[in-house]
Each structure stands twice: as structure tokens, then as C-alpha cells.
Design a protein around this ligand. Structure first.
Ligand SMILES: [Zn+2]
Length: 252
């Protein structure tokens, strides 16, 4: 099993969007990441699919005229398209067998529409909440051509890959625990933890349900301690500087 971190653009937003009370008034470019997993037997899975590729030419595509427009501006170069990142690894979208969506926000499910051969794993609670809900732009993921398998709680999806429910950012959010042969355990937090500042400043006020989000984040940290796992946060600028990025590097 091998994990590739795919850099799929930045989102420009006030830092309060990820950690209120830390750098209030500052605007930041926070990284957006999709992960590709090469499963034993050469099947391919993605964890999250990034922001839709059309934002390269039209950053306001998703939020034009909506209240979020002032808060969330995608910053994507042509090479930040998921299509481009997959092509760098000689992978076509139809080669993807599975997708685990941590949740269905536009920066995590923005290219689901490309992946017609995949089975998508989403927590049922998240799917039901997001359906026909404009906060989860449905045009990217709620399509009759896509097949969703809805999860109810913690589940081993593949040997060494486990979905961990982590509500708080949104109901039915999930994180992913992976056990890699050489690297050891990794936790892909999704937006259960945006960045290190959330822990350092006990800052959870921008999560939909701060109390539940804090509990989920503490649960993940306890899991990381027990597994001696490295945590990859959802949108951490410092961590992005030290990640091994595809196509040149990976985690085995
Ligand atoms: Zn996010």
C-alpha cells in the first residue's frame, strides 16, 4: 500500500475561518489536499477530491453572489487540477475504484463528478444532511451517475484502512486511519482538525459544533498516541511545507 499526497490548490480565506482568536484579521492561503492510495492488488482509492478543476479559470465559480464569496476564494494553477495531478501519475479518472469523502464540502468533493467508476464511501448522516443543501454544492457530487455506499459509524473499509467518525466540523464528518508498511500509521484528519493552531490555542469556534469538534479532535489525538500515528490536518500551511508531495514522493 502506498499513499500519494496530491496538492490541489489553495483557498484564500480569513484565518478566523480555520482558527478564530489566533491571527484574526489576517487573510491566509490554506492548502487543499487530495490523497491517492494504491491498494494491494493495484486498485486505486482517493481520500477527498479537492476543489472543482474549473476554478482554475473561474475562482468565483462556486460562491459568486453568495455570502461565502467574501470568505472562500479558490487559488488554483492549471497543475492544481485533480485531473492534472492524476495524469502526473499516469492515472485517468476512470481508473479510480473507490473514493472516501471525509465530507461533502466544495473543497473535499469538488471533483467527485469525474469519477464515474468509483464507489464513494460517505457517512450516511453527512450524505443526508448535504443532499439538496446549498452549503454543500450538489452539482459536484450529487449525480445519478455516481454510486455512494453510506456508512453508519466506524468501519474497516480495506485491510489497514479504517473510517473514523469525527463529527463537529459537520455532522457525519469522518477521518481515515491508514496503516502503511514502512511509514507506520497515518491519520488523514480531514477538517476534524484544520491545522496545528486548533490544538495549540484550543480554538474550535469556527467548527459548526465547536464542542463536538473538540471532542472529535481529542479522540483523534488519543488515537494518534495509541497508534503512534502521524496526523495530516485538513488545511495546515506549515505542515504543507514538510509533506512529501506527489508525483516525486510518496508514503509507503
Ligand atoms: Zn476543507
Amino acid at each position: 500500500m502506498e499513499l500519494y499526497a496530491l496538492p490541489v490548490g489553495d483557498c484564500s480565506c480569513p484565518f478566523e475561518v480555520v482558527a478564530p482568536g489566533v491571527y484574526d484579521g489576517m487573510r491566509a492561503h490554506i492548502p487543499v489536499t487530495s490523497y491517492l492510495i494504491r491498494l494491494p492488488g493495484d486498485q486505486l482509492a482517493l481520500v477527498d477530491t479537492g476543489m472543482n478543476r474549473l476554478h482554475v479559470d473561474d475562482p468565483d465559480l462556486t460562491w459568486r453572489g453568495k455570502p461565502q464569496a467574501a470568505m472562500l476564494t479558490p487559488v488554483m494553477r492549471p497543475e492544481d487540477s485533480l485531473l492534472y495531478r492524476l495524469a502526473q501519475l499516469d492515472i485517468a479518472p476512470q481508473d479510480i475504484d473507490y473514493v472516501i469523502n471525509t465530507h461533502l464540502h466544495f473543497d473535499h468533493a469538488g471533483n467527485n463528478d469525474l469519477l464515474g467508476n468509483a464507489t464513494f464511501f460517505v457517512q450516511r448522516e453527512q450524505y443526508e444532511l448535504a443532499k439538496d443543501n446549498p452549503a454543500y454544492p450538489n452539482q459536484y457530487w450529487n449525480l445519478p451517475s455516481l454510486s455512494y455506499e453510506l456508512l453508519d459509524g466506524e468501519q474497516e473499509l480495506f485491510p489497514g484502512i479504517r473510517a473514523i467518525p469525527t463529527s463537529g466540523h459537520t455532522p457525519g464528518h469522518q477521518s481515515v486511519l491508514l496503516r502503511l508498511p514502512e511509514t507506520g500509521s497515518l491519520i488523514l484528519c480531514g477538517d476534524a482538525v484544520y491545522c496545528q493552531e486548533n490544538y495549540d490555542h484550543d480554538s474550535w469556534g469556527s467548527q459548526a459544533d465547536p464542542k463536538t469538534a473538540r471532542e472529535s479532535a481529542l479522540k483523534l489525538r488519543a488515537l494518534a498516541d495509541a497508534e503512534q500515528a502521524t496526523m495530516f490536518y485538513g488545511h495546515d500551511r506549515e505542515q504543507a511545507r514538510t509533506m512529501r508531495w506527489a508525483p516525486t514522493s510518496s508514503y509507503r
